[in-house]
Design a protein around this ligand. Structure first.
Ligand code: ADP
Ligand code: ZN
Length: 619
């Protein structure tokens, strides 16, 4: 058996295992089942790829998406690993060829779509092969409680049972609640797996929530700040995707669109344009992204709030997979809640495998999750902490790199404003919706243009016009924050009205002070956090970095692979920082293995040497 550390270094070019990888690799090497729960970008693939190369025989990797397989196999081939994939994108002839090569022991790793596992032709080959292990990627797809339930994942167990000898099985996922975890273990039939749950924190991501008065200009300013870098913009509906993409193109952004309503052809084209850096902005519904592991996405913007935290963290997590600093920005609008409610209603009727009672339970669960998502958008404390606690982890109070923590210094005393809102709600007698409450606090002509205010004589309240100086949207925002703090609450039902909670009453009585940042009339751009420096990024040499990127783009298009398959941004940044001058020095850069050194060393070293010479620096 080859040494795992050696493989990690020689084939993948990494010096050491990341947290969790070692235990999972060792488990598989000992012949045990393993279960890895790690956030996107943590490096799950290494956990089965390294054992696959260390052990005799061939490893099968079950993976849900065609694009993912294609990418992974391209990366492996670049690293000198014999790999192939079997899915519906191949012609019957290609499949026959791959199967016959597999039967001859040609490959070390084969990616296979779940629905293919129990086909006659595949089973025959699989039964005859010495299998080193079976890895199940995106294992949460097996559970109907998870995101993206795929009934074909239920066949995996059947497949394993049909093998003459069961190899060790590894299951990997980035999203799993307790229920989903239990499902994965039982439905895949894992046998006392070695389980590793690494922290969900992604320190290189900066989380930001903005509640702009109007979203499109906010998006444009974000994209302008990140111009030239890869950005994904997620929208809730196809229609929004169309609109946003068209408007961006009018402004000269090289944006492409992606949603389930487009032809296969256009989707493939647009996805490739984005992955190969021909387009920098991808505007998409949540149909885009699963299995796309473009590692140099610099920012993920949510143009609409998604339906729950699971979806949000998964989508936002597509930023910064190579470990470089990246932004995750959510643009909240009250309309998003309404739209998500409607989508929940629609989708609850969809799953025909469920009976009425189950459906009702799923709907309630969805409602509950939507509320937690909304509270995230109004969180007055650290966003990262909110996320981590949601996923059951503990977290420090202040991360220093989310929009809330960065705003901390700008907090002011809003006790007076908060008291005005609460007294207004209390004084208005029977409950009113937030639009009416805001109209009262705003006062003046605008307030009087609200029909309920006029009819109910609410302009007689002492709070009438008390917060005119804030403007309408800031008042609405403040109301939401007070709901977020538990001082106000909405009633259930179709027309939720506001009421003061017992905590709100206590606040009014106690004379406590309340600190918060009031939104500006036009939201200001938050200061960017200073990017945390990775080890090895000793110097930043933007010109050299750009040169290396250009070289990479040429090599990638020559080889017909996405740029990051050649080297990640992070590897290039490290090269620019360290200025390796020899093959050995280049090999020391994280992400440079033997195969890539042989393939690309001669292309990159001259550029690095020329730079060093010209600038009189040595490494
Ligand atoms: P996941 O599947 O968990 O989302 P990937 O397997 O795609 O993550 O890995 C994310 C990135 O981290 C890839 O660019 C990968 O090459 C890199 N990576 C994985 N393991 C290591 C390691 N031990 N050292 C450095 N980089 C690593
Ligand atoms: Zn924070």
């Amino acid at each position: 058996m080859r040494d795992a550390r050696q493989i990690l270094r020689d084939t993948f070019g990494y010096d050491s295992f990341r947290p969790g990888q070692r235990e999972l690799v060792d488990g598989l090497l000992r012949g045990q089942d393993v279960f890895g729960l790690m956030p996107t970008g943590a490096g799950k693939s290494i956990c089965y790829q390294v054992p696959a190369l260390a052990l005799d025989g061939v490893a099968l990797v079950v993976s849900p998406l065609i694009s993912l397989m294609k990418d992974q196999v391209a990366s492996l081939l670049q690293s000198g690993v014999k790999a192939a994939y079997l899915n519906s994108s191949l012609t019957p002839g290609q499949i026959r060829l791959a199967l016959s090569r597999a039967a001859q022991g040609w490959y070390k790793i084969i990616y296979v779509a779940p629905e293919r596992l129990v086909t006659e032709s595949f089973l025959r080959v699989a039964r005859s092969l010495p299998l080193s292990l079976v890895a199940v990627d995106e294992a949460h797809c097996v559970s109907q409680w998870g995101q993206d339930f795929r009934p074909s994942y239920l066949k995996i167990r059947e497949f394993l049972e049909a093998l003459p000898q069961r190899p060790p099985v590894g299951a990997f996922t980035a999203t799993a609640t307790d229920q989903v975890r239990r499902d994965i273990v039982s439905l895949l039939g894992l046998r006392s797996p070695v389980s590793v749950c690494t922290g969900f924190d992604r320190p290189n991501l900066c989380f930001e929530v903005k509640r702009p008065v109007s979203k499109f200009p906010a998006l444009v300013s974000l994209l302008t700040a990140e111009r030239g870098k890869s950005v994904i913009v997620y929208c809730l509906t196809r229609k929004t995707v169309e609109e946003v993409c068209a408007r961006l193109r009018e402004l000269g952004f090289d944006a492409v669109r992606y949603h389930a309503g487009l032809t296969d052809e256009e989707r493939r084209q647009n996805q490739d344009d984005f992955i190969y850096d021909r387009a920098t902005v991808m505007v998409a519904t949540n149909a885009f992204g699963m299995g796309i592991d473009k590692s140099d996405v610099a920012m993920v913007v949510h143009y609409n709030m998604p339906k729950n935290m699971e979806a949000y963290y998964q989508e936002a997590g597509r930023a910064g997979r190579d470990g470089s600093p990246a932004r995750c920005v959510l643009l909240y609008g009250a309309q998003d809640v309404v739209m998500n409610r409607r989508l929940i209603e629609l989708s609850s009727g969809e799953n025909e495998e469920l009976d009425e009672e189950q459906r009702e339970r799923v709907r309630r669960l969805d409602e509950e999750r939507l509320k937690k998502m909304t509270s995230y958008c109004f969180s007055a404390s650290c966003l990262r902490a909110y996320i981590l606690r949601y996923f059951g982890e503990s977290a420090p109070e202040n991360c220093g790199s989310c929009s809330v923590c960065l705003e901390e210094g700008r907090k002011t005393d809003i006790t007076r404003e908060a008291r005005a809102v609460l007294s207004c709600v209390r004084g208005s007698g029977r409950g009113y919706g937030k639009t009416t409450v805001a109209a009262v606090l705003l006062g003046g002509d605008e307030g009087r243009s609200n029909e309920t205010v006029r009819r109910r004589g609410l302009d007689q309240l002492p709070q009438y016009g008390a917060l005119a100086h804030l403007g309408r949207s800031a008042i609405l925002d403040l109301i939401q924050r007070l709901v977020g703090k538990g001082l106000l609450a909405f009633s259930e039902g179709e027309y939720p009205v506001l009421g003061v909670t017992p905590e709100g009453d206590a606040f009014l009585e106690s004379g406590e002070t309340l600190l918060a940042v009031l939104p500006d009339r036009e939201p200001a751009r938050p200061r960017r956090p200073a990017p945390k420096r990775e080890e090895g990024e000793l110097t930043e040499r933007p010109e050299l970095f750009a040169q290396l990127r250009a070289l990479r783009a040429r090599l990638a298009s020559r080889a017909g692979v996405p740029a990051y398959v050649v080297f990640t941004d992070r590897a290039l940044r490290e090269m620019a920082g360290r200025l390796p001058q020899s093959e050995d020095e280049l090999l020391a850069v994280s992400g440079v293995g033997r195969a890539k050194l042989e393939r690309y060393g001669e292309e990159f070293l001259p550029v690095l040497r020329a730079y060093a010479e010209e600038h009189g620096v040595s490494s």
